[in-house]
Ligand binder design. Structure first.
Ligand code: UDP
Length: 237
């Protein structure tokens, strides 16, 4: 494997990626496969922060449509991300890489609380840092969290894992003529309305000149492949 392109990155995994096609909950086989990928990437010597979503358990907007207030729904969503991170932390350690969950919402009986210095210290010790509870605030997403943490922790890119191998101008699973991009600028993505991430996350990435690398997590070893510049991905930056 060639030398990794980045020294420190943030990987964004959606909650759905953990559900293994069920759409809900955590599929153990899928979790172990993702953990193997993360451990393999960490073994390249790259400092890895991983932001995990919670959509496989709760999404604030969805529960708020059923009568729960949005801030409470979002708190439930953030707690869902903590559950995902705890499951992934153990799986990454089983896969042979040390890992630590840091939560933006304080819950000291469960895991350590996130702060920038603590995150940097853990990254410096070669631990995979699982960034739980999003930003700790309602009305945000874990995509925004990934860009925010990347900026504040001095990461060189956000690796956004999806079901497809990059950014397309239409859904390639529905439209066989969908055009795939190898490379885009932030401005082109906005002008062509390509929706790489939600608007808040994307605005933050653009303002901070943070590259977003969109790749498919379906292939084994995908994270390490992207870090070595080998995997298929769209580079937005
Ligand atoms: N969430 C939040 N603040 C944050 C990040 C997440 O309130 O900073 C809540 C929000 O309700 C969101 C849920 O957590 O719907 C799960 O996160 P997200 O939808 O980003 O997960 P994904 O779609 O990536 O699985």
């Amino acid at each position: 494997m060639s030398k990794p392109r980045y020294r420190r990155v943030i990987v964004k995994l959606s909650g759905e990626a953990l559900s293994g096609g069920n759409g809900f909950g955590i599929d153990q086989g899928t979790l172990d496969r993702l953990a193997d990928d993360i451990a393999a990437a960490a073994k390249l010597g790259v400092e890895l922060g991983v932001v995990v979503g919670g959509g496989n358990i709760f999404r604030g907007v969805e529960v708020s449509e059923k009568g729960v207030s949005r801030p409470v729904g979002d708190s439930m969503g953030m707690l869902a991300t903590v559950m995902n991170c705890l499951a992934l932390e153990e799986a990454v350690e089983r896969a042979g890489a040390p890992a630590r969950t840091l939560s933006a919402l304080a819950m000291p009986a469960v895991c350590e609380t996130y702060n920038r210095k603590r995150a940097l210290k853990n990254l410096g010790k070669g631990r995979v840092v699982l960034l739980a509870a999003g930003t700790g605030n309602p009305f945000f997403t874990t995509d925004t969290t990934a860009v925010l943490r990347a900026a504040e922790l001095g990461a060189k890119a956000v690796l956004k894992a999806t079901n497809v191998d990059g950014v397309y101008n239409a859904d390639p699973r529905k439209d066989p003529k969908a055009k795939r991009y190898d490379k885009l600028t932030h401005r082109e993505a906005i002008e062509q309305d390509l929706r790489v991430m939600d608007a808040t996350a994307f605005a933050l990435a653009r303002e901070n000149h943070m590259p977003i690398i969109v790749f498919s997590i379906a292939e084994k070893g995908a994270i390490a492949a992207v870090l070595s510049g080998k995997g298929r991905a769209t580079f937005v930056g």
